[in-house]
Design a protein around this ligand. Sequence first.
Ligand SMILES: C[S@@+](CC[C@H](N)C(=O)[O-])C[C@H]1O[C@@H](n2cnc3c(N)ncnc32)[C@H](O)[C@@H]1O
Length: 382
Amino acid sequence: MVTSRNHSLDSFDGNSVCSRNSCGNSNESQHQKHKNVSRHPHQRDSSTTNSSSSYPSGTLPDWAYHSRKCDDGRTRHTVENAPYMLPNDLTESDRLDAQHYLVRFLLKGNHNVDLDPEANLKILDVATGTGVWALEMAHEFPKADIYGVDISAIFPTEIKPSNCHFQLCNILDGLPFPDNYFDFIYQRLLVYALTPEQRKQVYVELQRVLKPEGYLQLVESDGIVYNAGPEVEMINNLSLETSLRHGVDPRDVQNMKAGLKGTGYTGVNSFHVALPVGNWGGKVGALSLQNMHGLATIWLKGEVGKLDQEACDARLAIVDREIEQYKPYYKVWLVVGQKPSVAAAQLREARKAAVSLANSSAQTSYPSPETTAPPRRSMAAA
Ligand SMILES: C[S@@+](CC[C@H](N)C(=O)[O-])C[C@H]1O[C@@H](n2cnc3c(N)ncnc32)[C@H](O)[C@@H]1O
């Protein structure tokens, strides 16, 4: 089974990434080759759900096969209702893979709850990206089944362990899995993918597919480079402006702990750690600087920055000089919460019902002046 590791959750930092461009042209992408994405056996029937993944076999929607080519030369997804603004091309896949190793190093492993390697666990990786985390988990837990979903088919479709399953899915349309299905759910670096309201909806949806007492682990960065010099601060502002254009406020991830508690998760713990950016932070800092360059390039050349390659390179050269002086870092948050047991959930519902009953009887005894007509006074009493 799954148990929470004994954390002194306090603070931790990594980097994150993601955003979306309003660049127009819809082009067929390199993902055409992923057309034969199969339907998951547990996918709900399209008559009972509006999940975007619930399409009859062979009739996936257009967005499954297309990306749009943007003015900065990068490709991005075409899903109308998903605010995610980062590219989905090979350059981005390389960056995501390198970022995975950074975060894994920072958090001392791929998961921070204890998982029984002998159990037939069902594990979900929400917005799996290249699937690198899911693939490693499939090796580490050969008796488990690992499921990865993403809006872009940048995950492997053919060469993968048999206990690793990927499928296209826009999580904002609901997950194509039954209630109470997963023992453990992992969601990493969706900072640029969700508006604050959508983030709350996702917490609810994840709770639906999590088994009672199952664990959810969230890993995020707010994308802000702390201790920034003037040039890095300019890039911070650029990333914020770009995200806000899409309704995404990256600072919202600072509220994950409260968000999970508000959705009814129990035992919610959180901490964040610092991820150095620059050679001053040793090998990790150097790798993290490369990752930061990748992100900064997206902001500098994107829909707000609009720089060409030459101008972008010039700005990054200034960044590099500045970084050794200011010693900046990202913050990476880790939050773990548990779906309540059936008994605890029943108790919670009973408490809610009792409170609502108490409120309604209070209203009956003490009618509110706004909703109740004033008592008629008889002439005699007047
Ligand atoms: C920064 S990447 C992180 C990928 C992976 N979790 C990791 O840590 O390596 C964010 C991922 O979220 C995916 N994504 C964004 N919006 C999504 C949505 N509405 N539904 C499913 N996936 C989404 C993107 O396609 C991208 O692969």
